[in-house]
Design a protein around this ligand. Sequence first.
Ligand code: KMH
Ligand code: ZN
Length: 270
Amino acid sequence: MDKLIITAALTGAEVRREQQPALPITPEEIGIAAAECAQAGAGIVHVHARHPDGTPTQDKQVYHQIIKEVHRRCDVIVQISTGGAVGMTPQERLDPVSLRPEMATLSMGSVNFGQDVFLNRPEDMEMFAREMQAQGVKPELEIFDSGMLATAKRWLAKGLLPSPAHFDFVLGVPGGMAGTPKALMYLVSELPAGATWTATGIGAVQLPMATLAILLGGHVRVGFEDNIYYRKGELAVSNAQLVSRVARIAHELERPVASPQEARRILGLA
Ligand code: KMH
Ligand code: ZN
């Protein structure tokens, strides 16, 4: 097994300060949170930009500030979101890819997202894939349901996506695939050859999905974007607290944690 890559999804587009007082919002706050997470064992930070009032934005300048604030404190891989927030236009979502971050997310299909619809039309996804390839940005393929993995495999066969691919199985979104061991193990059984993968459990399934991913040889994503609690009824105090717990469990299970440099090697980043 490769060493374990821990991704910290620091902010997201939906969580509000009123729900999680330690949510990092400004580029500086995101930079500080990233450094704490790197210290705790994160190799990647998945970031979303916000306006100062907390509303989500895909403004390239804000992403530029975030990358700067992260990299002046640590050398963790910065993975920007192209999912943005529900309702944003594809052009708006794609804009920060021209900054040429090391990684960016690429959602592989549409999914109901609570009461909303997270729309990812095939022609838009293809535009995202082509732009990432043109800019030399490694996509993390976001899989919310099993049909999206089938789509990714078709696209890999057609050469629309770079191989070996890196997947993120996002489980437990209300409207997407459930966060159960059976669901995760099915997705893993369907992976194309040579692929790497990470597991993201939403809400209460964050910890069980993380633990199972460590055992199965996958990687792990945790953080406030996906879950604001440490345990039922108890808010986490920081993103780093959630990262530290995963690093501790991995240590107990004798799966060493990858540094950012080791993560770059595992993912084939330049
Ligand atoms: N905010 C969600 C609608 C991503 O970052 O690529 C989409 C999302 C996925 O967060
Ligand atoms: Zn995201």
